[in-house]
Every structure is written in structure tokens, then in C-alpha cells.
Write a protein that binds this ligand. Structure first.
Ligand SMILES: Cc1cc2nc3c(=O)[nH]c(=O)nc-3n(C[C@H](O)[C@H](O)[C@H](O)COP(=O)(O)OP(=O)(O)OC[C@H]3O[C@@H](n4cnc5c(N)ncnc54)[C@H](O)[C@@H]3O)c2cc1C
Length: 331
């Protein structure tokens, strides 16, 4: 059997495993290179309630099934294999470089994911375990804070949207922002301020305020707040702290190979997930415009795998603009 893979997938998170399910089931010789163990970010939660068709499951349980499924279809997974670089050959093939190995492939799907940006304050790591009170995803975790008091940290679009989402569940949401005005889109800020100004609103905004420590015994009980203008500090009681200060994509190893945005997300056309390098697709949380959800990462993986077949059929398709040429079933 040839040593050349049809498809190498970088990262065995939900996007990578979903892509591998499709390529391997299509009888393509598929290799997934994973820096650690399969699973990615979703391994860190024991409560998923928004994956369609599954009422409730824990991250590791879902990943175990996804991994089994792709391996049953013949995909090969190499754990502890961090990809450190890629190289495009003159004949169009791509070399994927790990610390101790090199692999050659006809196409690549990049799925290295992202990490939540951390505040880096005492207590953040300690209370990060599911149920302890620190969260980075309101869409994922807001329902677990029904009737509770939470603090939301941040000032961008995601922070504002997520804080508004939290107000539907929590008894009280205190949003803290280090500046004295929000940098989110005007329309979102207007919605946020309107909510805060409602009579008996459950949304409180504290400007020029930062969190300096998260405190509690076994679970979050308060957060230490500091007003950056007056330097006044207070212990603010709460059951949870939601941190919405951005994402950091795991794309350092791709600099100079594919085009990245200023903050490191992989540029692509969002319909077919083609990157700036022919034969290299992207899927999941590491790409521009990602919705940063399990279901969308999985959906991306499937799209990239489907589009890869179109590329094999006609490599020139890579340079075609997104169009309606691929009608339903066209792939
Ligand atoms: C605590 C927590 C709870 C969450 N809960 C929910 C939820 O309830 N519902 C929901 O929809 N979403 C939830 N999410 C978000 C969801 O987990 C992500 O949107 C999803 O995992 C993104 O999948 P991905 O495959 O794109 O990336 P990731 O999950 O980040 O996977 C990327 C993989 O690539 C590997 N990798 C990175 N760099 C390299 C490299 N150079 N070489 C090889 N491998 C590499 C990583 O080790 C990782 O395994 C949660 C996230 C967290 C952190």
C-alpha cells in the first residue's frame, strides 16, 4: 500500500474526527495527527446538552464513540504527534511535519482548534472544572446557572451577546468591563444598555472594573473586583464567573504557510472551507467566522471532507469563486 495519504487531518477534536469519519468512510487513506489525545476542548466538560439528538452526554463519552466510529472505518490516529510545520511540494502534494516524523498527503484538513483566552488570575484554573463555577461559554453553560448570581467579564461582541444570554437564566448578571465604554457593535451595546435600564433589571454593569481573584471553597463564592480608576477593591458574592475575553487559535505552526488573520485565525472561504493553499482545508474553531460550538465544528469537518472530493475531481476548482455551481448533490 502507498505511503502517501489521501488526507491528513491536523487535530483530533470534534472537527477533525467528523472530517475523518467522512474521508475514511469514503475509502480515503486517512491519518489524524493529534498533539495530545483525541477530544480537544470538549473533553473538558461532563455536561453537553446542545448536541442535536443527544439529550445529555459528557465530553469524553462522546469523543470515545466518535473515535471508535472513525477507527472502525479505517482512519489511523497518531496521538502525541504535534504538527510543527507543513510544506507544499512542486507536484501539489503536501508534507506534514511532526517532531520526529514526516508524512506525505494529497490533501490536508486543518483542525487544531482554539483555546479560550484566560484572565490569568488566582482561582481561575482551580474553579475551571465543570460545576465549580468558572466558564468561558455562556451558550454552553448558562442553563446550569438558573436562579444563580453570576459575573460576566468582557466588553466585545461575544461578551455582550453572552451576557444578554445569561440574563435569561441567572437571577442576577453583573457585567464588568475594564474600560468606561464597550467596544462591541453599537447595536449590541444599545441592546445591553436597554436591558440594564429596564425596571428591576437582572443586569448590572460595572465599568472600569477588573477581576483580580476568584474565591470560594470547592466552588465559586465570590470574585475580587477592583475599580481601576479609584483602586477601590471589594469581594463580590456570586456563584459563577463567565470569562468572555476572546479566543486564541492554535495556529502558530502555520505562520508563513497559510494566510492567517492578525489574531491568528485561518482565512478561508466560509462556504467550502478552502484556505490560501490549494489542497489545504480548514474546519472548526481555528477558522475565521467559526461559531465555536461542538455542532458547528462537526459540521465544518463534514463540509471540508465533502469539498476535498471536489478538489480531487478537479484541482482547478480551487481557484473558482464560491458559486452555485455545486448544486444540491453536486459533489
Ligand atoms: C469547558 C468547555 C465546555 C464546552 N462545552 C460546550 C458545549 O456544551 N456545547 C458546545 O457546543 N460546545 C462546547 N464547547 C466548545 C467546543 O468544545 C468547541 O467548539 C469544539 O471542541 C471545537 O472543536 P475543534 O475540533 O474545532 O477544536 P478543538 O476541540 O480545540 O480540538 C483541536 C484539537 O487539535 C489538537 N491540536 C492543536 N494543535 C495541534 C498541532 N499543532 N498538532 C496536532 N494536534 C493539534 C488539540 O490538541 C485538540 O485535540 C466547550 C468548550 C469547553 C472548553
Amino acid at each position: 500500500m502507498s505511503d502517501i495519504y489521501d488526507c491528513i487531518i491536523v487535530g483530533a477534536g470534534p472537527a477533525g474526527l467528523a472530517a475523518a469519519l467522512y474521508t475514511a468512510r469514503d475509502r480515503m487513506k486517512t491519518l489524524i495527527l493529534e498533539k495530545l489525545m483525541p477530544g480537544g476542548q470538549i473533553n473538558n466538560t461532563d455536561r453537553i446538552e446542545n448536541y442535536p439528538g443527544i439529550e445529555r452526554i459528557d465530553g469524553p463519552g462522546l469523543i470515545e464513540q466518535m473515535q471508535k466510529q472513525v477507527q472502525n472505518f479505517g482512519a489511523e490516529i497518531k496521538n502525541s504527534s504535534e504538527v510543527t510545520g507543513l510544506e507544499k511540494l512542486k507536484d501539489g502534494k503536501i508534507v506534514v511535519i511532526c517532531d520526529e516524523d514526516k508524512f506525505t498527503t494529497r490533501a490536508v484538513i486543518l483542525t487544531p482548534g482554539s483555546d479560550y483566552r484566560k484572565l490569568g488570575i488566582p482561582g481561575e484554573e482551580e474553579f475551571r472544572q465543570a460545576g465549580a463555577g468558572v466558564s468561558y461559554c455562556g451558550t454552553c453553560d448558562a442553563p446550569f446557572f438558573k436562579g444563580k448570581q453570576v459575573v460576566a467579564v468582557g466588553g466585545g461582541n461575544t461578551a455582550v451577546q453572552e451576557a444578554l444570554h445569561l440574563t435569561k437564566f441567572a437571577e442576577k448578571v453583573t457585567m464588568i468591563h475594564r474600560r468606561d465604554e464597550f467596544r462591541a457593535a453599537k447595536v449590541l451595546v444599545e441592546e445591553l444598555l436597554a436591558k440594564a435600564n429596564e425596571p428591576n433589571s437582572n443586569l448590572i454593569i460595572k465599568y472600569s472594573t477588573i477581576a483580580t481573584a476568584i474565591q470560594g471553597e470547592g466552588k465559586v463564592q465570590s470574585v475580587r473586583l477592583k475599580n481601576v480608576k479609584t483602586n477601590k477593591e471589594e469581594d463580590y458574592p456570586c456563584d459563577g464567573v463567565f470569562i468572555f475575553i476572546g479566543m486564541v487559535p492554535n495556529t502558530g505552526f502555520l505562520k508563513g504557510f497559510v494566510e492567517l488573520t492578525d489574531n491568528g485565525f485561518i482565512k478561508c472561504d466560509c462556504a467550502y472551507l478552502r484556505t490560501s493553499v490549494p489542497g489545504v482545508f480548514v474546519a472548526g474553531d481555528c477558522r475565521i467566522g467559526a461559531a465555536m460550538q461542538l455542532a458547528t465544528a462537526v459540521g465544518d469537518g463534514v463540509v471540508a471532507a465533502m469539498m476535498l472530493k471536489q478538489y480531487f475531481r478537479d484541482p482547478k476548482w480551487w481557484d473558482e469563486p464560491v458559486s452555485d455551481l455545486l448544486g444540491p448533490g453536486g459533489w
